[in-house]
Design a protein around this ligand. Structure first.
Ligand code: EPU
Length: 439
């Protein structure tokens, strides 16, 4: 439980490190190499711990060591002794993360079989894995869903395949990449996701010896090779964390320099930030985000796959929009259920209404299917402290921002979920002048 005393602007500097949505996957890629891999700028977040544990159970020695002047920032992963982990031990990781599903391809190549525990991750929609299992089958894997997890076998070497995804899924694109690089022959993936984190994974795999062409129109072609080496790589910075701090600066009337924030990966966010009335300056070492004073403006936006406005940016930004003048409209097109966190904001004084219709944008997969996936925020509304239970990673961070911009004290429970994606967030908040204390 956290006691949060709101009302003061957040000011100062925070540093973001490697992206949560790349680092654990880059760690899984180390399983594909015949020699050790080195990954730099690794944040201390719980998804990294989960993958470290699972790699260890499969015989990959993972050593954490200082990265120049950045303590604990570098991981050395040695796959020399890959072996089948015990199902009971693997199962102990059930419900901890979504990343374990990406062990399928690498383990099938190394061992001919794999056991994947039940997945965890944020409850922001159904989050099925049908695309993953379909593509694995099309590579020639035998897949059996059991009560405790998924059992996979590759009776022979996996073969390249042609796949068209029903939707440009980030995880499934990664699944295809991690499987195709060592499959026999060529794989063609249509309707692939092309997020910067995926391009960084492509860069890592290319360093390992893979042959991957990213064509126009979301087509990725992979020529399988017989073996891969390890890699040395610095993970791209976390653009979701960077945008979260930017939203915190706007919501609290503050001024935050986000060290390592990279403009090219945040173009869509920066456009919206500017339209709302936020000020930013791109500097050599990062981006400075601030509330310039005066009124913020409302905005109409739609979340989308890259290069659109990321769904993960939506939740923190909604808090800032409660302080904007007029009606903001958000159409969430990636997840069917990502507005659950607005209930707590309403209790804090925000005026937010959710709708089943596709508002303000192009009709999406969720229209007419009874999902409250559009929201209208009417502002500005002063927020006041409340008792809040953190619902998921991004929603939880948003609640913290709301509590920090509210008058009075909030009691926030379930903050462990925030550790999944925000390294050292308590220290960072304290460094920005936030009045937060463990109760
Ligand atoms: N989908 C299916 N079937 C599948 C896979 C996906 O229907 O087999 C649907 C999902 O239900 C969703 C859509 O496709 O509606 C997109 O899902 P996607 O596969 O792209 O998401 P993911 O790989 O599970 C990653 C990030 C998410 C981020 C999304 C979109 C990781 C570990 N997670 O999830 O990050 O929101 O891509 O960019 O990389 C977060 O960081 O808070 C977070 C949730």
């Amino acid at each position: 439980m956290l006691d949060v005393h709101g009302g003061a602007p957040l000011t100062g500097t925070v540093r973001v490190r490697g992206a949560k949505n790349l680092v654990p996957k880059a760690m899984v890629a180390s399983l594909l190499g015949d020699t050790p891999s080195v990954l730099r700028s690794v944040p201390r977040i719980s998804d990294v711990d989960v993958v470290t544990g699972l790699l260890g159970l499969h015989g990959v020695a993972v050593e954490s060591r200082p990265d120049g002047d950045r303590p604990d920032g570098e991981l050395l992963m040695d796959p020399a002794n890959v072996e089948q982990g015990s199902i009971v031990d693997i199962d102990a990781h059930a419900g901890s993360s979504r990343v374990p599903i990406l062990f399928c391809g690498p383990l099938l190549h190394r061992l001919g079989r794999a056991f994947i525990p039940d997945l965890g991750g944020c409850k922001i929609g159904d989050r099925p894995i049908n695309f993953h299992l379909d593509v694995l089958r099309s590579f020639g894997a035998e897949v059996e869903k059991t009560a405790g997890g998924i059992k996979l076998e590759a009776p022979r070497r996996l073969r390249g395949t042609k796949v068209k995804l029903p939707y440009p899924s980030v995880g499934t694109t990664e699944q295809v990449l991690l499987t195709a690089v060592r499959a026999e022959g060529t794989t063609e993936l249509k309707n692939a996701a092309v997020e910067p984190e995926i391009m960084d994974l492509v860069a890592i795999l290319q360093k390992m010896g893979a042959i991957i062409a990213v064509d126009t129109d979301r087509v990725i072609r992979i020529e399988g090779v017989d073996s891969l080496d390890g890699y040395v790589h610095r993970a791209l910075p976390d653009r979701i964390e960077a945008a979260s701090w930017a939203s915190a600066a706007l919501a609290t009337g503050g001024d935050i320099f986000v060290e390592n924030a990279a403009q090219p990966d945040m173009i869509a966010f920066l456009n919206i930030f500017r339209k709302i009335g936020g000020a930013f300056s791109v500097e050599e070492e990062g981006i400075r985000f601030r509330h310039p004073g005066g009124r913020l403006s409302s905005v109409v936006l739609e979340t989308d796959v890259h290069p659109g406005f990321m769904t993960d940016w939506q939740q923190p930004l909604v808090v800032a929009l409660t302080q904007a003048q007029g009606l903001s409209i958000i159409h969430e097109t990636v997840y069917e259920n990502r507005f659950g966190f607005t209930g707590a904001l309403r209790r804090m004084g925000a005026t937010i209404q959710s709708y089943r219709e596709c508002l303000g944008g192009t009709p999406c997969r969720f229209g007419r299917r009874n999902f409250l996936h559009s929201a209208v925020i009417s502002g500005p509304t002063p927020l006041h402290g409340a008792d809040i239970e953190v619902p998921d990673l991004r929603g939880g961070f948003s609640h913290l921002i709301a509590a920090l911009s509210a008058e009075g004290t909030s009691h926030v429970s379930g903050i462990e979920l925030i550790n999944r994606g925000y390294e050292d967030f308590m220290d960072k908040l304290a460094g920005l002048g936030a009045q937060v204390a463990q109760a």
